[in-house]
Design a protein around this ligand. Structure first.
Ligand SMILES: [Zn+2]
Length: 181
């Protein structure tokens, strides 16, 4: 099955096509039954926003994916990268769990190789090859939702990686294998 076919499949089938999410949590199941999936994003560095459907009637929406790519760009040098659609499904499912209306505040989305290398050199917590460099990870917080609650909800999805950074007031979510730190 190629990537194009995966993207064309509806709802839970997209998740089942991955290896990490064979059991769809209820939030995903609920999202799958809908005809559209939305996500609201606010880049804390640029003020750029996205709030709309990124998936409609079985397809990821190209214009929406392009807009999200822009909002999640590396703000240090404006480099952009494709964003893994499964990451958006995770965010949509997570939003369903916490029931919030506020956008996700993006602390870090895509990181270019240059930015990641700089952060890696200056921080113990940044991997030399982070999933941020593949458009498969995001660091977020959400106004009105306590960070531990957002963290617990992310863990409950059993989908991808989840990191907890209370000192910096964000959680990390990625589409890699299920793990936590
Ligand atoms: Zn991260």
């Amino acid at each position: 099955m190629n990537r194009r076919d995966v993207l064309k499949l509806a709802g839970g089938a997209v998740l089942a096509a991955g290896t990490a999410s064979l059991v769809a949590p209820s939030a995903f199941a609920a999202a799958s039954a809908q005809s559209a999936r939305t996500v609201a994003l606010l880049n804390t560095h640029t003020g750029d926003r996205f709030s709309a459907a990124y998936w409609e009637q079985g397809n990821y929406v190209p214009d929406a994916m392009a807009a999200i790519r822009h909002v999640m760009r590396d703000y240090r040098n404006n480099e952009v990268h494709d964003i893994d659609p499964r990451l958006l499904d995770q965010l949509s499912g997570l939003n369903g769990l916490v029931g919030a209306a506020a956008p996700y505040q993006i602390i870090s989305g895509y990181r270019s190789p240059a930015t990641n290398a700089m952060l890696h050199a200056n921080s113990d917590g940044v991997a030399s090859h982070s999933l941020h460099m593949e458009g498969k990870a995001i660091d977020i917080r959400m106004a009105g939702v306590d960070l531990p609650r957002l963290h617990d909800a992310a863990l409950s999805m059993q989908s991808g990686g989840v990191g907890f950074y209370p000192a910096s007031d964000f959680i990390h979510v990625d589409t890699g294998r299920v793990r936590r730190w």
